[in-house]
Design a protein. Structure first.
Length: 108
């Protein structure tokens, strides 16, 4: 957003009061109102800059957090089996032997 000019709020307040029938003339009231409007303008501009800076930092931290979560939860790539590893692992389940007592002959 755009920065507010130093006298912009004072001009708007002056226009508003004039539309309501109150005219600010040079004097102590007008001077104090102008000082307050200037202070308010400075606070609004500083808070806007702070919010923009905080938003940028939050976005950076969220991106870092998303990346960390993604790395922790992403599926791991399958390792290719080579040489000795492939031979050491059995290819499948071995055929089961018929159930029965050891030494007993199977009947057919």
């Amino acid at each position: 957003m755009k920065r507010i000019k130093n006298d912009e709020i004072f001009r708007n307040v002056t226009k508003y009061l004039k539309s309501r029938g109150v005219e600010l003339t040079a004097g102590s009231y007008a001077e104090r109102i102008q000082n307050c409007c200037s202070t308010l303008t400075g606070m609004v501009n500083l808070s806007r800059e702070g919010i923009e800076r905080a938003t940028t930092q939050i976005d950076t931290q969220l991106d870092r957090l998303r990346r960390t979560v993604h790395e922790a939860t992403a599926p791991k790539p399958a390792e290719k089996e080579t040489g000795a590893k492939a031979k050491a692992k059995p290819a499948g389940k071995a055929a089961k032997k018929p159930a029965g007592k050891p030494g007993a002959k199977a009947s057919r």
